[in-house]
Structures are given as structure tokens and as C-alpha cells.
Design a protein around this ligand. Structure first.
Ligand code: NAI
Length: 478
């Protein structure tokens, strides 16, 4: 087809093939200016021994055509292969996960309040990076790794999104009362960037109350910007509040590539039954059409879908007392196709959006003055008491002095804010002796002393001040 854009399509696992078939039928019926190139990813490849869940050919197709429409795939829980979704986001630099959530009252039951929010979630960093360790016999560690550039980019994206889409408020959701350094960074950047957007209100919530408010008063929210894990949880709450996780689509946007998918998973419990709601993936395809500049077609499909919903023609997951008929996936698809060209009369009809692209520039990292002030050493499990450990470092010729021992973020030496907790990983905090300037050359001597005394090191972290501000948290009681 002339002027057609090639889209890479992955049919996924579980209900994936059924809902993708439905979406492709609708796209083909409306003569979207699209060609499709199909790739195999997910469970089938895992079981063939391809541990990445994706073939080289699939990567090549995605790299060539840059746009991926993906049905959900099954990811093993608690063990096994890494999530392919997370791999896509990281490898393709899909830094923004954009999830619009809208309620369709009174046709789909959900919250009594109107939901019309967009969750803009950081997509590449945070606990989602899945960097984990069994650090000692008894302690396990997951790294919440975030970067200044990553935070700034998603926050700027959220404000630009609000501007382009004429939304009036951006809410930052964080937990910086506890994670003062990581979530604190996100919140501080948010406050700085907000100053550049005069017409847009900026506010913030701590994630626990933020989540509760989304559930109870979703009308308070317009655009939400948040870190990866919080965004994942909040968008499912919001989708459920709006009526069903089966309704929402999401866009994963990078500067070169983009991936579109439903918010929900592969729903293995209902796979192959012809009852899945294809709306989440269809809404993702609508986001995709808007992204590639086919706004006219996006609006036409969205209006047909809204008409079907307001006519009470519903799949089982959203079937309620206001519904007229319970439809299978195939019947629902046929009705949406029949409604192409129709305009909803009760739900708000969609007009083709303008094609303004969102570009974000991140400021280069400013030079900061950094000064090494100490070293934290986490020990492997051992049988010695804190006093015995402290005794080892009491007098030494090093530039570092043992200042405190903590377990699980609580001081256990020199004062005890808590009882020593069995074998839980001990953190020894060494700070510079008075008027000594430290450098990383001081680390080997400290390590030698630790090892010489029969202790094993699980983890070591240098402690720095940046422009005079501590780049490390204090333990409770420190
Ligand atoms: P899920 O979203 O697949 O299912 C949760 C519940 O919602 C189930 O009862 C399911 O039947 C229902 N549901 C989901 N989508 C529906 C639809 N379109 N129509 C009707 N009902 C629907 O979440 P779950 O069970 O936690 O995960 C199943 C698998 O999906 C896991 O392997 C998980 O890792 C994967 N997953 C994949 C995602 C992706 O590919 N983007 C996202 C989330 C989960």
C-alpha cells in the first residue's frame, strides 16, 4: 500500500493471539495505512531454549521498522527467564510508559467518580531493572537504581505531554519521606522542572496515600508522573477503578522506537475461550496510530469502539447490569467493525488529534565537587558479636575509623537502637579520621584488615559528599 507504514506485530502468549487477531481485523477493515510484519516472541521461544525469548530475526525487524504492536507475553514468576517486556524497554530505550485511563460511566461499572488520567511512568530504571543478589546466606538485596538524567527525562516528558494534550495538572508520586536520596531526587527535579511550565499546576503525593486517592477519588488526577514500580502498580489500580484491566492500552515511547501493548497480561486462565476483551490492545493500537501520524484512523476506530461500549455490547469482564448483551471476543470485534464510521452519542466522541511530537532535552550533568568521606562494608554472615567486630577496628593505622555498625538500617553499635538481629547482614560504616583527605587508595588497606581478621565482604560502597551534601543515607539512630 502506498504511504503505508510497516508495523512489527507479536501475537504473544495466552489470550495474546485471540486479541491480536481481533485488533488486526479491525485495523484491516478501516484501511489503516499499515503493513504488518509478524515476529515470534515469548513462551514458544523460551520452551525452544531461546533464553532471551526473542529471535535475531525479530530484533532485526523491530530495529528496521521501529514500531512494535505487542500482545501480552507470559513471564515466569519468581524464577526462570528475565521479562522480555523489560528487555524491550531497556534495549530500545523506551523511557516513557504512557497509560491513559478513562472511565466509561454509566456503561462500564467502576468508580462512582469520573476517571480521566494519564499515568506517565519511568520505564527503564528503578527496582524494575531487576538487579538482585543473594548477598549472604541470610540476606537478599534488590537495587533501586535511578539516574538524574532518567528522572529529568520522564518528568520533562510528562510536562510536555500535558502541554501538547492540553491537560492542566501534573502530579508527582514518590516515597521520599523514606527514600530521601532516590525518590528525593525525583521529587526535587519535579519541583525544578515544574517552574518552567507556568500554566500547569504541579502537586505531589506520597505513593501510599496517592494510591488510596486514585482508588477513592480518581477525579483528583490529570497527568501522573512516577517511578517505574509505582507506575506499574498505580496504573493497574487506575485501570481497575475505571472498570477493568482489560480496557487500558499503553504506549512505550523512546526517542527512536515505540512499542504499544495492553496494560494487562496474557491471562492464561481464560486463554483459548474466545471470551477475552480485546479493548486494551485495541486502545494500544489507537495510541500507535496517533503516534505514527494516522490520527484520522485512530479517531474513527476509537469512536466505533466507544459506540459499541455505550450500546451495552460487552465482553464478560465488563458485563454489568447496564449491559445489553454478553459478547465473545469475535462477536465484539465484528460489532466494532460494523460501527466504523458511527459516532457515540452519550460518551464523548473523539476528534482527530493534532500531530505535535513530544521532544525532551535533558540538561547535561553539571560538574559537582565530590569528596570521599568514608566506606561502608557489608559483611557476610559470621558468628561474632558486634563488640568482637568493633574490637578488630578499635586502633589501627588506617585513615578510616569505624563509626557505626548497623543491621537492617538500625544502629547496633556503639549505641544500640535495636537488638542485634541474628545473622542479618551487618553494615560497618568507616569515616575519615580527623583532618584526613580520603581517596579510593584507602580501600585496599581497609579490605586487608577486614580479610586478615577472617571476615568476608559481601558488599562495599564508597561514601561521598557531593557539593557538601551526603550522598548516603544515615541509619536510624545515627
Ligand atoms: P493478567 O493481566 O494476565 O490477568 C489478571 C486477571 O485479569 C485474570 O483474571 C484475567 O483473566 C483478567 N484479564 C486480563 N486481561 C483480560 C482481558 N483482556 N479480558 C478479560 N479478562 C482479562 O495478570 P496475571 O495473571 O498476573 O499475569 C499473567 C501473565 O501475564 C504472567 O506471566 C505475567 O508475567 C504476564 N504479564 C505480561 C504483561 C505484558 O506482556 N505486558 C503485563 C502483565 C503481566
Amino acid at each position: 500500500m502506498k504511504d503505508a507504514k510497516t508495523i512489527v506485530v507479536a501475537k504473544g502468549d495466552g489470550i495474546g493471539p485471540e486479541i491480536m487477531e481481533s485488533v488486526l481485523e479491525i485495523l484491516k477493515s478501516v484501511v489503516a495505512r499499515l503493513n504488518f510484519e509478524f515476529v515470534e516472541i515469548g513462551e514458544k521461544l523460551y520452551t525452544q531454549g531461546v533464553s532471551t525469548g526473542i529471535s535475531k530475526e525479530a530484533w532485526n525487524a523491530i530495529k528496521e521498522h521501529k514500531i512494535l504492536l505487542k500482545a501480552p507475553i507470559t513471564t515466569p514468576q519468581g524464577k526462570g527467564y528475565k521479562s522480555l517486556n523489560v528487555t524491550f524497554r531497556k534495549v530500545l530505550g523506551l523511557f516513557a510508559n504512557v497509560r491513559p485511563v478513562v472511565s466509561f460511566q454509566p456503561f462500564v461499572s467502576g468508580s462512582d467518580n469520573k476517571v480521566d488520567m494519564v499515568i506517565v511512568r519511568e520505564n527503564e530504571e528503578d527496582l524494575y531493572a531487576g538487579i538482585e543478589y543473594r548477598s549472604t546466606e541470610s540476606s537478599y538485596l534488590s537495587l533501586k537504581l535511578i539516574s538524574k538524567a532518567g528522572c529529568e527525562r520522564i518528568i520533562r516528558y510528562a510536562f510536555e505531554y500535558a502541554k501538547v494534550n492540553k491537560r492542566s495538572k501534573v502530579t508527582c508520586v514518590i516515597k521520599d519521606n523514606i527514600m530521601k536520596i532516590t525518590d528525593g531526587l525525583f521529587h526535587n527535579i519535579f519541583k525544578e522542572v515544574a517552574k518552567e511550565y507556568e500554566g500547569i499546576t504541579a502537586d505531589s503525593y506520597i505513593v501510599d496515600i496517592g494510591a488510596a486517592r486514585i482508588a477513592k477519588k480518581p477525579q483528583l488526577f490529570d497527568v501522573i508522573v512516577t517511578l517505574n514500580l509505582y507506575g506499574d502498580i498505580l496504573s493497574d489500580i487506575a485501570a481497575e477503578v475505571s472498570g477493568s484491566v482489560g480496557l487500558a492500552g499503553s504506549a512505550n515511547i523512546g526517542s527512536e522506537y515505540a512499542m504499544f501493548e495492553a496494560v494487562h497480561g496474557s491471562a492464561p486462565d481464560i486463554a483459548g475461550q474466545n471470551i477475552a476483551n480485546p479493548s486494551g490492545l485495541l486502545n494500544a493500537a489507537i495510541l500507535m496510530l496517533n503516534h505514527i501520524g494516522q490520527q484520522d484512523i485512530a479517531a474513527k476506530i476509537q469512536n466505533a469502539w466507544l459506540k459499541t461500549i455505550e450500546d451495552g455490547m460487552h465482553t464478560v469482564d465488563i458485563f454489568n447490569s447496564a449491559s445489553k448483551k454478553k459478547l465473545s471476543t469475535k462477536e465484539f470485534t465484528e460489532l466494532v467493525i460494523k460501527n466504523l464510521g458511527a459516532i457515540p452519542t452519550q460518551l464523548k466522541a473523539i476528534e482527530a488529534k493534532s500531530s505535535e511530537k513530544i521532544n525532551v532535552q535533558v540538561e547535561p550533568i553539571k560538574q559537582v565537587h565530590k569528596e570521599m568521606v568514608g566506606v561502608d562494608i557489608y559483611l557476610m554472615d559470621h558468628q561474632r558479636s558486634v563488640e568482637e567486630i568493633a574490637e578488630i577496628f578499635k586502633s589501627n593505622s588506617l585513615n578510616l575509623v569505624l563509626k557505626s555498625i548497623a543491621q537492617r538500617g538500625l544502629i547496633v553499635w556503639p549505641t544500640a537502637e535495636a537488638e542485634e538481629v541474628g545473622n542479618s547482614m551487618m553494615r560497618l560504616r568507616f569515616l575519615a579520621k580527623e583532618s584526613v583527605k580520603l581517596s579510593s587508595k584507602d580501600i585496599p588497606d581497609l579490605l586487608n584488615l577486614v580479610l586478615h581478621n577472617g571476615l568476608e565482604v559481601a558488599l562495599l560502597h564508597s561514601l561521598y559528599n557531593y557539593d557538601g551534601i551526603d550522598g548516603f543515607s544515615k541509619a536510624q539512630g545515627e
